[in-house]
Design a protein around this ligand. Structure first.
Ligand code: SF4
Length: 253
């Protein structure tokens, strides 16, 4: 892990399509590499480190130029600055992936330097299973979109203990939890996720995200599941929303 260079997938400007900040414009820095392999992953291009990464030629146009990996701190700051100058049109800068926390040594140096040039909130999207990495940069983050992973949706083992530890750290800042669920998800699993959240604080908002069919996922959750899971969660958590992936409906990145 380099403290001065980042392995990236793409840098672009678009509309946030998930979670509590859905509809807000953001500049996205998508880091390459992930420690998980969720079966519903919609960013497969970000799972591996590649020789090049894409940079939108003009923010929001979906036309990309290729740059060589890795990206240096100053180079990336300049790119973000170009996207946002002179008007700061975006709500925030999204650090996404892949899993950005895998490059925590870079983030420790990059975020303070970025904040000197671009005065926008830093929004971290994380899979919530790297509590030690998160604790190293929590002071630098403003908003955390915390992905809590259900085995029924990811096809992976549960991560309850790591999630619990990471959520306690994330709670030091603004945080909401996003839970992707599938047709295979049962109420018991949602209940376990809800219990984990309320052990930290029932004021932490929960976004239930019905999985978008793609790849091996052939079906959406059914409406009865959606209604039942909302009711179950709302009995214990103050703010619960059901929000599917909206950027896919809009045709934006
Ligand atoms: S944690 Fe995110 S980027 Fe990684 S595999 Fe899962 S969905 Fe994809």
């Amino acid at each position: 892990m380099s403290s001065t260079d980042a392995q990236l997938c793409e840098v672009f400007n678009s509309i946030q399509g998930e979670g509590l900040y859905v509809g807000e414009r953001q500049t996205f820095i998508r880091f390459a590499g992930c420690n998980l392999s969720c079966q519903y992953c919609d960013s497969p291009a970000a799972l591996n480190i590649t020789k090049e990464y894409g940079v939108e030629k003009i923010p929001g146009t979906r036309q990309f130029a290729k740059y060589p990996n890795p990206a240096g701190i100053n180079q990336l700051i300049e790119l973000v600055n170009l996207f946002e100058a002179p008007k700061l049109i975006s709500h925030s800068i999204s650090l996404t992936g892949g899993e950005p926390l895998l490059q925590v040594d870079f983030l420790k140096n990059f975020i303070p330097a970025l904040k000197e040039k671009v005065s926008l909130p830093i929004y971290l999207e994380t899979n919530g299973v790297l509590p030690d990495h998160l604790s190293e940069i929590i002071d630098l983050i403003d908003i955390i979109a915390f992905g809590l992973k259900l085995p029924s949706a990811t096809g992976l083992s549960p991560y309850w203990k790591k999630h619990r530890k990471a959520l306690e750290i994330a709670y030091m800042k603004e945080v909401f939890v996003k839970v992707v669920f599938s047709r295979e998800t049962k109420a018991k699993e949602i209940d376990e996720a809800v219990s984990l959240i309320i052990e930290v604080d029932n004021n932490i908002p929960l976004v239930l995200q019905p999985v978008t069919p793609s790849g091996s996922i052939k079906h959406r959750p059914n409406p009865d599941q959606i209604m039942a899971f909302y009711t179950l969660a709302k009995r214990k958590i103050k703010t619960v929303r059901v929000i599917p992936q909206v950027h896919k409906l809009m045709g934006v990145l």
